[in-house]
Design a binder for this molecule. Structure first.
Ligand code: HAM
Length: 467
């Protein structure tokens, strides 16, 4: 005999879990997109002005690319890299924690050394670091960056710093930021200095934090920018880089500073600044909010003259910078800077009855084609609810249609601020609304002005993939 299952006693489906974003990552909601949009616009403008072209590299790349460039013993690689393996052949990949490595890989892969030098590239991309989440430190964040590959002149260092400074000025946050700058010399100066530092710190391990004891073995230079109080006291008496730096590196640094003076960019010479990525040589710099110091630097960069060769290319000098967009937004908000709201809806079309709905749809189409941001309630809401919605969207005008208006070829135009209404012919309503709004609030774009037919474009070149 088959067993009867009582439906009443059947186990209840567990209540679905409510999903949340993982720790340290965030949705970018529409209000914050207004900030991203204006920042991107300013970056694109400043980048194009200075001859940079945009590049995007993949979100994930070979894990070894990052180890070889950033350095296997840096925090970024040891603690913060998100890695995964393919199931089939166990190949190891990593989500990109920074942009320079991928761009140098791309420079070599696509033979960009054949292009007129230097090659100037910029990017605006998401990056991933398994940082401990806190203010200004996220696990997915956005950077914009500039890389100039193929020129060793100090003028490049100064120009990159100047572009970053202009962007901060455009965003209204420059007065809060101070450029910190240092030179860490070439590989030869660094080797000499590293040996001197090792000799100095050996025997003082008891006064160093655990991290710095490890750094003493791997990269004593990093002890200099440790935030630990005891480490800082010891570091203040450590051998000075100025005693080992070679004449060429000294001259390079002097010229970078003179060029910054010539374009009125203030800086603080900071001998403690070494940066946490291994690929740097000579110039290193960061922009700090002086109240927070190095903790939440808004951006940083420097020269990386050895990286192209280190990743398999020819010996090629290079310099770059990256800024953190979330940190910039935080500073803009501290300064009470409002990003322009391009999503403002100006007109609401309300309707009652099926015939009115048809006309409302036509009116919405005509308004939008003319560049008016217009919204309509095409559902079954009452007129009161529709006008309530228009109020919530803060629209300036509502066009109201019922069956009677449609029959008479009329529409009610309501000024939402004053509540004053007038009845006007449907055929004149779009023109009338545009006159009231003013031409400045129209959002018109004609893609055919940008997209032209050109016979020199061959079908295979339309593909973005170039293998
Ligand atoms: P970085 O100093 O590691 O440099 O990062 C640049 C900026 O990205 C930081 O100053 C900060 O604003 C932002 N940032 C870094 N980590 C986080 C995080 N966890 N959450 C939020 N924002 C963050 C580089 O990445 C180099 N690739 C810069 C460069 C380009 N050097 C030469 N070319």
């Amino acid at each position: 005999m088959s067993k009867k299952v009582s439906l009443a006693k059947a186990p209840k489906t567990p209540k679905a879990d409510k999903f949340q974003t993982p720790r340290g990552v965030h949705d970018v909601l529409p209000d914050d997109h207004a900030y991203f949009t204006v920042i991107k616009k300013i970056i694109r403008h400043r980048a194009r002005q200075a001859g940079f072209r945009r590049i995007s590299t993949p979100i994930f790349e070979s894990k070894n690319l990052f180890i070889r460039s950033v350095g296997g013993q840096t925090d970024l690689i040891e603690k913060e890299l998100y890695t995964f393996q393919t199931k089939k052949d166990g190949e190891e990949f990593a989500l990109k924690p920074e942009g320079t490595a991928g761009i140098v890989r791309s420079f070599i892969q696509h033979g960009m050394n054949q292009l007129p030098q230097p090659v100037e590239l910029f990017y605006i991309e998401p990056f991933f670091r398994h940082d401990r989440p806190q203010k200004g430190r996220y696990r997915q964040f956005h950077q914009f960056g500039f890389e100039v590959i193929g020129e060793s002149d100090p003028g490049i260092d100064a120009q990159i710093i100047q572009v970053a400074h202009f962007i901060h000025q455009d965003l209204g946050i420059a007065s809060k930021l101070k450029l910190q700058i240092n030179t860490i010399g070439c590989s030869k100066c660094r080797e000499k200095f590293t040996n001197q530092l090792r000799d100095y710190f050996i025997g003082k391990e008891r006064n160093l934090c655990a991290n710095c004891v490890r750094r003493l073995e791997e990269n004593p230079l990093r002890i200099l920018d440790c935030k630990g109080e005891d480490c800082q006291i010891l570091a203040s008496n450590a051998p000075k880089f100025e005693n080992v730096i070679c004449d060429e590196c000294k001259d390079h640094h002097k010229k970078v500073l003179e060029l910054l003076d010539s374009v009125d960019i203030e800086y603080n010479e900071n001998p403690q600044l070494v940066r946490g990525l291994d690929y740097y040589s000579r110039t290193v710099f960061e922009f700090w909010d002086e109240s927070e110091g190095a903790q939440n630097s808004v951006g940083g960069g420097g020269r990386y003259d050895g990286l192209v060769e280190q990743l398999g290319g020819n010996s090629t000098a290079a310099c770059g910078y990256a800024g953190g967009m979330e940190r910039i937004i935080a500073h803009m908000k501290d300064f009470r800077i409002l990003a322009p709201d391009k999503d403002q809806i100006d007109v609401f079309v309300a309707q009652l009855g099926f015939e009115a709905k048809k006309v409302a749809l036509q009116l919405l189409t005509a308004l939008r084609e003319e560049g008016v941001h217009a919204l309509g309630a095409l559902g079954k809401a009452s007129m009161k609810d529709q006008l309530g919605k228009a109020d919530k969207f803060n629209v300036k005008y509502a066009l109201i249609l019922g069956e009677v208006e449609v029959r008479e070829g009329k529409v009610i135009l309501r000024d939402m601020a004053s509540g004053v209404q007038e009845v006007i012919p449907i055929g004149k309503s779009v023109e009338k609304v545009i006159k009231k709004l003013g031409k400045k609030s129209l959002d018109k774009y004609d893609p055919s002005k940008d997209l032209k037919k050109d016979r020199t474009v061959r079908p295979e070149e339309e593909l973005l993939i170039r293998d």
